[in-house]
Design a protein around this ligand. Sequence first.
Ligand code: 0GY
Length: 297
Amino acid sequence: MNDSDKTTGGEVTWHPDPKRPDFTPPSGAVDAHCHVFGPAGEFPFAPERKYTPGDAGKDMLFALRDHLGLSRNVIVQASCHGKDNSAMIDALRTSGGLARGVAVVAHDIADDELDMMHEAGVRGVRFNFVKRLVDATPREVFMRTAERVQRLGWHVVVYFEAPDLADLSPFLKELPGIVVVDHMGRPDVSQPVDGPEFARFVTLMEELPTLWTKVSCPERLTVAGPPYDDVVPFQRHLVERFSGRVLWGTDWPHPNMKSHRPDDGLLVDTIARIAPTPALQQALLIDNPMRLYWPDA
Ligand code: 0GY
């Protein structure tokens, strides 16, 4: 694949020609964290966005899915599209049932709009606390949204960075339903895997049986760079300890990556190291995401 010439001028942060993975995902594997960007001519980026990515639309995503040997996608609304979920919903509608979505919505969104999203395949809402990506939303506003989507059986996805966990923990404990933490809560991987910062997150996972996490994003968390040897111990620790509450995703098209353009084939290869047995791979790539996103399949 060579997609670098398809951009409309925004930043291309993904590898244009990812390798074919050496690791063969089990049949039916789900990429549970990825995005679509535009194309901007059809789905303009939000005026309030903090970055402008290159176009990375659904056709590119579905081609990547097939190239990597994956079967399904969970498309997470990214901040560059704000609360306009049209690109994501269009991707869901044309996926032939092979994609589900996580939306970003206003607390006063109409019920029939939520119903329309559900029918298209949305199964969760995302609350973003990362200050470089979004302007802050009051917690009571997020709480109201979380309560409103319970009738649809949706879950909440939260994105924050490790230094914010202590402050956010009471809020996370109050949220109704299943709560999925993006990227392991973004630990500082230069600290030990058994050190106090990561222990705070692991302890919360222990205390809160409704808390799930995505063991994703080594490309963002790494200090050492590919093949992400410094992140794998964190991912593996969570997979082995909480095998029924972990998800994995590519994070394609890797918005805001500065250090390198991640090779998604290499990211697939890390699965064998973070989930070293077929049983753990089955839970991580199929059973867990299917339970959350395709419970009737
Ligand atoms: C990610 C990564 C990021 C961006 C967003 O919503 C977003 O724009 O999630 C990031 O820059 O860390 O995929 O979670």
